[in-house]
Design a protein around this ligand. Structure first.
Ligand code: ADP
Ligand code: MG
Length: 238
């Protein structure tokens, strides 16, 4: 667990600036949702937290330590992507153990950590299966399992449910929230779905065109939207 501080962060791709100086403070253990229309810069911000994109200017600190130049593998962060590509030729166990394999963890540690994650996610009976033998929801759980085995200080989710059907999406929302309540790991969750944001977040960051329009608890945004964009996006009467 850790605090996350984003301070006046800008991102440019060549001459094109796509984030115009954004700042967010996240408390230890908080579930923060970044929401906004497609192209507003959510994934870019998340990728900078993960160290997958350079920061053009500004600062990101995790657990009080500035990480601007820390490479992804040395950040205590695990990311679950929208296209949670599992390795098709590996079993569920091996998919979940993969990062531990890279870290040259002893076999006993791998078994313990994968076992712990599998128990949390209800995957104990599926460890010897291959991804093609799993349902969409089970695959999503394996993707989360890969993140959990690393015991990260921060979880990053980039639209993890957008490939699932509506019913499963609702179920997985509840599972991710349960997971968060159990592990209390600081979580940054990206979605373009305002209902997902309203139902899951401790705190919502509303983004638009590379800027932050408003930060607040779900009910604050609903009751007191800062402007028409937020009102329109959250769907509150303004
Ligand atoms: P979101 O996740 O909110 O849909 P992104 O962070 O993916 O938005 O993209 C924000 C903006 O940055 C978009 O205009 C996108 O086209 C642009 N962008 C993202 N990645 C790159 C890149 N590698 N090179 C150039 N432009 C990019
Ligand atoms: Mg995106």
């Amino acid at each position: 667990m850790a605090t996350v501080e984003i301070r006046d962060v800008r991102k440019a791709f060549g001459p094109l600036e796509v984030l115009h100086g954004v700042s967010v403070d996240m408390a230890d253990g908080e579930f923060v949702v970044l929401v906004g229309p497609s192209g507003c810069g959510k994934s870019t911000l998340l990728r900078m937290l993960a160290g997958l994109e350079n920061i053009t200017s500004g600062e990101i600190a995790i657990g009080g330590k500035v990480v601007n130049t820390v490479p992804p593998k040395d950040r205590d962060i695990a990311m679950v992507f929208q296209n949670y590509a599992l390795y098709p030729h590996m079993t569920v166990f091996d998919n979940m153990a993969f990062s531990l394999t890279l870290a040259k963890a002893p076999k006993a540690v791998m078994e313990q950590e994968v076992g712990r994650a599998a128990k949390i996610l209800g995957l104990e009976q599926l460890l010897q299966r291959y991804p093609r033998q799993l349902s969409g929801g089970q695959r999503q759980r394996v993707a989360m399992g890969r993140a959990i085995v690393r015991n990260p200080q921060v979880f990053l989710f980039d639209e993890p449910l957008s490939n699932l059907d509506a019913k499963l999406r609702v179920q997985m929302r509840a599972e991710i929230k349960e997971l968060h309540q159990r592990l209390k790991v600081t979580t940054v969750y990206v979605t373009h779905d305002q209902i997902e944001a309203m139902t899951m977040a401790d705190k919502i960051v509303v983004m638009n065109g590379g800027n932050i329009e408003q930060i607040g608890q779900p009910l604050d945004l609903y009751d007191r939207p800062a402007n028409l964009f937020v009102a329109g996006f959250i769907g509150s009467p303004a």
